[in-house]
Design a protein around this ligand. Structure first.
Ligand SMILES: *[C@@H]1O[C@H](CO)[C@@H](O)[C@H](O)[C@H]1NC(C)=O
Length: 477
């Protein structure tokens, strides 16, 4: 019969410490996700309750501020509450760390609310189906892989293929919408985070943005928590502000590595590729929190763009297939397209959206329908034409037009296009006239079109617009 001292129910004793993790004995009333404090004001988070080989009950915990080192043998007190992050309006235009310390503040100070870092995802009754579109400002995405508010869309690709670029463009495009954006950066270098932040500041985007970061040099615990804090921050604005919000998790492959590190430090058995067996649950409970809430709860929505980095274009890796199966679609980026100068380098064949087209504006649905069909026919014909020497006139026409259609989807970064302009471009693209242009002139054609003031477009029929731009292009040559 094991006798337990009365105190050890409420107090715990640290029996070992690791990098960011501790093992406790005692604290028998602890529950998973409970926080505790120590005499040196460190805060810990219970993540594992287990019995060691001699059947002693032990607790594995994470340290939320690992800069305060702990000694073996010191006691801890449970707080019987969940880990929280303090939020408020001051989070807008600021950079926070995963436990809520402000790294950069825009100067706003407001009431602070504690908000649970990990909360259960909204249930079925609290949701409604996705019905509104989220415009990313990228014509290639909004036309063929549309995204709805409340959807989870994975951005997957090798390094340096423009994953962050797509995220930033989507943030920039929310300037005139009500969507609040949260950019969560984990495992990146501080300099690249600063670069992202500055480019957003330059484009005046920080007034509807808040950023969370755990750099590559932060502890694994911070990198792991960062994704959940990001979700909590978005939820805060979705629930209290009844706003639609966009959460970018850049990137979840680092999150998986951080969790693997913690897991191994806690001496738990490793599974496939040394990732813990529960890695699927780690990501699914995070992504499950994105939702389109019912009107009773304010009708806000949390759209999530997790980012995954692949190696050599292999989307069938362990973590990426996990996330593909959790999300409602993916935008796959291809290094080959990137190198051949097609930007954004979206691989249309591998990219899908499972719910987004429900919210797509019918005008866009109409023009994009024709466009997608022609593009698909072109792609098929292109691979076929590499072998066939002589093609019929019909096929040749299709190839010449197709080459120009591909050209139209090219878009430089940091220059999102509004929905009406996108529809305009696609309806111009559907016209036969496009064939008259040389491929190198398509870019000029688009720029001329984008320069036309909107009000004139209301007065002149589109075929006339197209004709006059083509004339200008010819004149320019
Ligand atoms: C299990 O934990 C108890 C309490 O810390 C310790 O005395 C015992 O040696 C541990 N057993 C093993 C096999 O590590």
């Amino acid at each position: 019969m094991v006798t337990i001292e009365k105190n050890i129910l409420i107090y715990g004793v640290i029996i070992s410490t690791g990098y960011g993790v501790v093992t406790l004995e005692g604290l028998l009333i602890a529950f998973i996700s409970e926080v505790f404090t120590t005499q040196s004001f460190s805060i810990g988070l219970v993540v594992n309750l287990y019995q060691n080989d001699t059947m002693n009950l032990l607790i594995g915990a994470l340290l939320l501020n690992p800069e305060n080192p702990l000694d073996q043998g010191s006691t801890v007190h449970a707080l019987s509450s969940l880990a929280t992050i303090t939020l408020g309006d001051c989070a807008i235009a600021s950079i926070l760390d995963p436990v809520g310390n402000v790294i950069f503040n825009s100067g706003r100070i407001n009431m602070q609310y504690p908000w649970a870092i990990e909360s259960p995802a909204p249930g079925i009754i609290d949701r409604q189906s996705v019905s509104e579109a989220l415009q990313t400002g990228l014509i290639a995405i909004d036309s063929s892989i549309p995204i709805g508010c409340g959807q989870r869309e994975l951005i997957v690709g090798d390094r340096q293929t423009g994953k962050t670029s797509i995220s930033i463009d989507s943030i920039l495009n929310q300037k005139y919408s009500t969507i609040f954006t949260v950019y969560t950066s984990l495992g990146q270098s501080s300099s690249s985070i600063l670069q992202v932040f500055l480019s957003l500041v330059q484009k005046d985007a920080i007034f509807y943005l808040s950023m969370l970061m755990a750099t590559a040099s932060s502890s694994a615990v911070h990198q792991y928590l960062c994704a959940y804090s990001g979700a909590a921050l978005s939820e805060f604005f979705v629930i209290t502000g009844e706003l639609p919000s966009l959460l970018i998790l850049d990137d979840l492959s680092r999150h998986a590595c951080a969790y693997r590190e913690i897991y191994l430090l806690l001496r738990r058995p490793a599974g496939r590729e040394a990732y813990p067996g529960e890695i699927f649950f780690v990501h699914s409970r995070l992504l499950e929190r994105s939702a389109k809430l019912s009107y009773n709860l304010g009708g806000g929505s949390l759209t999530c763009f997790p980012v995954i980095e692949t190696l050599a274009g292999d989307v069938s890796g362990y973590i990426s297939t996990n996330i593909i199966s959790i999300t409602d679609g993916q935008i796959a980026l291809s290094a080959d397209l990137f190198l051949s100068g097609i930007l954004p380098a979206i691989d249309v064949g591998l990219s899908v959206t499972r719910v987004g087209s429900i919210g797509q504006w019918y005008g866009m649905k109409y023009v994009a329908g024709f466009y997608k069909l022609e593009l698909a026919q072109f792609v098929e014909l292109q691979s076929f034409s590499q072998f066939a020497s002589d093609l019929g006139q019909e096929s040749k026409n299709r190839l010449t037009k197709g080459l120009r259609l591909v050209e139209i989807l090219k878009q430089s970064s940091r220059s999102p296009i509004s929905l009406t302009r996108q529809v305009g471009i696609l309806s111009l693209a559907n016209q036969k006239l496009l064939k008259a242009l040389a491929i190198k002139d398509v870019d000029l054609f688009l720029n001329l079109y984008l320069d036309i003031p909107s009000w004139t477009l209301l007065l002149i029929p589109p075929n006339l617009v197209a004709k006059s731009i083509v004339c200008c292009v010819f004149k320019a040559n």
